[in-house]
Design a binder for this molecule. Structure first.
Ligand code: ADP
Length: 588
């Protein structure tokens, strides 16, 4: 019952709908007592041979009228109660989704996507069920059941009632027990199905790797195991399901058997009339649903309880990165100063960045290079305030980034992450993601700057081509350039290209960098790269190693130093020389 207490805030909020719905249910329960009574009266009149056509007509008219009124009332309570349940579903799902958007990337790293989706779907559905069907079964089992038992006991015969009801608790128990079993087994079947789903998805995306390694047979066997598992678990559900109806029929049958045997005895003894016995057996039929409802109620409440707790647990997680009370409501602009004594990812022992000190004038370009894992992405993520720096500070326009409202801070950035992501929408929509109101001209301009315009025109529907699962497949380089166009369209104060040119060829890279220089005067750009040619023209270059600055300066200064950068630069020049058959990139 505690779940109803926890949902009380919602019942109160929707009191009009719940109040009217429950009142209507009451009215239905009371009205339903009438038809058996009428039938009993007709039977008795026939027995006493006193039934006139006029009398029969009156009863039939009343029965018809009751049927119509019941029809309307049943419609009304369904709309009221189930409607309220669905509104709760929408409310909670929205709350949860809004909450997800507030949580930091760290939260999403720690949780499985499938799990988060299950909370937003299955759990919320279970709560909706509690607020709709749960209330219905509660009222029906208590009130409708109560009204029928009361009528049977007080208006017909209490002994007959007692005897006939003997098997009923068994029925409530059986419904609850089987319901529970079905639920548990169904859950397992669902899990097995999820595993199968994951496997199919993985195998289809990874089919080339599977074939290349000749693992088809092994994968087939693995798949066979999973499908058998799904089948067995579904059969386990079907077995309980198959027991359900026969058990209920058996118990109900037994109840009727007792009612008719003992009832006939009472008729012979003249304690009740034959009409009353008829009326009684119809009432008994009316008790089946409240009993079933009672068993269901217990299940619904248990599931609602568990789901509500899970959703509440998620909602209670506080975002790590929040706005300060006095947060500034302005989009940051100006010089950037990064002073980080040390930054350690939560849960890690070793800092990922140490002794980083860089000052960047507004409009300058910063290049960051270094091996994989040297801390380039971490640097970008700290600028975006995906994590807070404890030892040190990052300032934009002389103000620490923690002082800006998060929404404003992020507006200053156009970020092209390493693991770029395109939505299953048209190319134009993907580019205009940050500014959905952009005109086609603006979208095309951004695409031209990112050197993807010509490619897009080659697609079947040009800018209106859908990408992703439902549309064309793009190459890695095309995806990267669309992501760059998306960042350029918002014309950000600070553009971050995090290893975003890795999949484009050298010529395109040069063209994009040139376009950026020409179009981003007075706006800051940060480029991280493996290929040093991407940062060659930057105003300042950081060479990171194990989270520390190993070298820094302009390209010329770094070349003159003759360290890692100079070494690497020559090596990469040589590689590209070989790749291009003799013409060094710098000379081309
Ligand atoms: P780069 O971009 O230069 O390849 P990263 O900034 O991604 O390097 O990584 C720097 C270091 O931080 C690595 O040792 C990496 O393992 C660690 N790291 C990166 N992201 C996380 C994270 N979310 N949680 C914990 N450690 C991380």
């Amino acid at each position: 019952m505690s779940i109803f207490r926890d949902l009380w805030w919602y019942f109160k909020r929707e009191r009009l709908h719940y109040g009217l719905g429950i009142l209507t249910l009451f009215a239905v329960a009371l009205l339903e007592l009438f038809p058996p009574y009428a039938v009993g009266a007709i039977v008795d009149a026939i027995k006493q041979q006193s039934l006139t056509p006029g009398e029969l007509g009156k009863w039939l008219f009343l029965l018809g009228l009751t049927a119509v009124v019941l029809y309307i009332l049943r419609y009304i309570w369904r709309i009221l109660l189930f409607g309220a349940g669905f509104r709760l579903e929408r409310l909670l799902r929205q709350q949860l989704y809004n909450h997800y958007t507030l949580l930091s990337p760290r939260f999403f790293h720690q949780r499985r996507t499938g799990d988060l989706m299950a909370h937003a779907t299955n759990d919320i559905e279970a709560i909706e069920l509690t607020a709709g069907d749960g209330v219905l079964t509660l009222v029906d089992s208590l009130f409708m059941g109560g009204a029928v038992v009361f009528t049977m006991a007080f208006f017909i015969d209490w002994q007959l009632t007692l005897v006939s009801l003997l098997p009923m608790p068994l029925m409530a128990w059986a419904t609850g027990h089987y319901g529970n079993l079905i639920h548990r087994r169904f859950h397992k079947a669902q899990e097995a199905f999820s595993a199968l789903n994951d496997k199919v998805q993985e195998n289809i995306s990874g089919i080339r790797v599977i074939k290349a390694f000749g693992q088809e047979e092994a994968e087939k066997r693995e798949f066979e195991k999973l499908t058998s598992d799904v089948m067995q678990k579904n059969i386990a559900v079907a077995k309980v399901d198959a027991l359900f109806d026969p058990t209920i029929s058996l118990i109900v049958g037994f109840s009727f058997f007792l009612a008719v045997s003992f009832g006939s005895y009472l008729v012979i003894q003249d304690r009740i009339t034959i009409g009353e016995l008829t009326q009684f057996t119809i009432y008994l039929g009316h008790l089946i649903w409240p009993m079933l409802a009672f068993g269901m109620l217990i299940n619904i409440m248990e599931r609602g309880r568990a789901s509500y707790d899970r959703v509440r647990e998620l909602l209670s997680i506080r975002p790590d990165i929040t706005d300060r009370e006095d947060a500034l409501d302005q989009v940051p602009t100006g010089d950037i100063s990064v002073q980080i004594a040390a930054f350690t990812y939560p849960g890690k022992e070793e800092p990922s960045l140490r002794d980083i000190s860089v000052d960047l004038k507004r409009g300058q370009t910063l290049g960051i290079v270094g091996k994989t894992g040297s801390g380039k992405t971490t640097f970008c993520r700290l600028l975006l305030r995906e994590f807070d720096v404890e030892e040190g500070a990052i300032l934009i326009g002389g103000i620490p980034i923690t002082r800006y409202r998060l929404g404003c801070l992020r507006k200053a950035f156009g970020y092209v992450p390493q693991d770029h992501f395109l939505f299953s929408a048209t190319i134009a929509e993907n580019i205009a993601f940050g500014r959905p109101d952009a005109t086609r001209e603006e979208i095309e301009k951004a695409a031209r700057l990112a050197c993807i315009h010509e490619d897009i025109l080659q697609f079947p529907k040009g800018y209106d081509t859908v990408v992703g699962e439902r549309g064309v497949t793009l190459s890695g380089g095309q995806k990267q350039r669309i992501s760059i166009a998306r960042a350029l369209l918002i014309d950000p104060e600070i553009l971050i290209l995090d290893d975003s040119l890795s999949a484009v060829d050298a010529k395109t890279e040069t063209a994009i960098l040139q376009a950026l220089r020409a179009n981003r005067a007075n706006r800051t750009t940060i480029i991280t790269a493996h290929r040093l040619s991407a940062v060659e023209k930057a105003d300042h270059i950081l060479v990171l190693e194990n989270g520390r600055i190993r070298e820094q300066g302009t390209h010329d200064q770094l070349m003159a130093q003759g360290g890692w950068y100079a070494d690497m630069y020559r090596r990469q020049q040589l590689e590209s020389l070989v790749a291009q058959g003799g013409v060094a990139r710098g000379d081309a």
